[in-house]
Design a protein around this ligand. Structure first.
Ligand code: DAT
Ligand code: MG
Length: 166
């Protein structure tokens, strides 16, 4: 049995503010191990799928604009961390969803803000549970992008076009 894994996303506000190192330092201090990392632009499709459970919320459209980088840089840093009880440990470090309610010493408490449009610019995403982590890791990463995985994989032949160096 492998260790518990969680998806972490350093959101566009944190990327633009140069907080990637600060955020990763906190997780390293807590003994969390990185098993995947990549810088990507969040597409509309990925954003909508990631936040599908919030589709009916009145803040949904603004949330999608925020995570796809309409207000900051488009890049995010997507990571998979692992450790026993990783989801709870990481959620504790990042703090509550609303940055004004988050503990002042947490990442969201320290670096987050609410905009005049009501967007929670809360710096970092992390999976809330083991079940959510599995769904999110499978959504954001392919199996071969993780150095370790507990989730079953299969080999498929595809006709997909891939880009190579020339
Ligand atoms: P979390 O990101 O802490 O897991 P969530 O899954 O409930 O929180 O919501 C996802 C994101 O949606 C959250 O990071 C910020 C935004 N959000 C949640 N509740 C909100 C609200 N009441 N007003 C504005 N944005 C909100
Ligand atoms: Mg959540």
């Amino acid at each position: 049995m492998g260790k518990e894994q969680s998806l972490v996303v350093v959101k566009p506000d944190a990327m633009q503010k140069g907080l990637m190192g600060t955020i990763m330092d906190k997780f390293a201090e807590a003994g969390l191990e990185i098993v995947a990392a990549k810088v990507i632009e969040v597409t509309q499709e990925l954003a909508q799928e990631h936040y599908q459970h919030l589709k009916e919320e009145k803040f949904f459209d603004e949330l999608i604009k925020y995570i796809t980088g309409s207000y900051h840089t488009k890049n995010v840093l997507a990571l998979v961390y692992q450790k026993d009880n990783a989801c709870n440990k990481i959620r504790d470090i990042i703090g509550a969803t609303n940055p004004e309610e988050a503990k002042p010493t947490s990442l969201r408490g320290k670096y987050g803000r609410i905009t005049t449009k009501g967007v929670f610019e809360n710096v970092v995403h992390a999976s809330e549970s083991v079940e959510e982590a599995e769904r999110e890791i499978k959504l954001w990463f392919r199996p071969n992008e993780l150095t370790e995985t507990n989730f079953p994989t299969q080999v498929e032949k595809t006709e997909r076009q891939e880009v190579f160096w020339k």
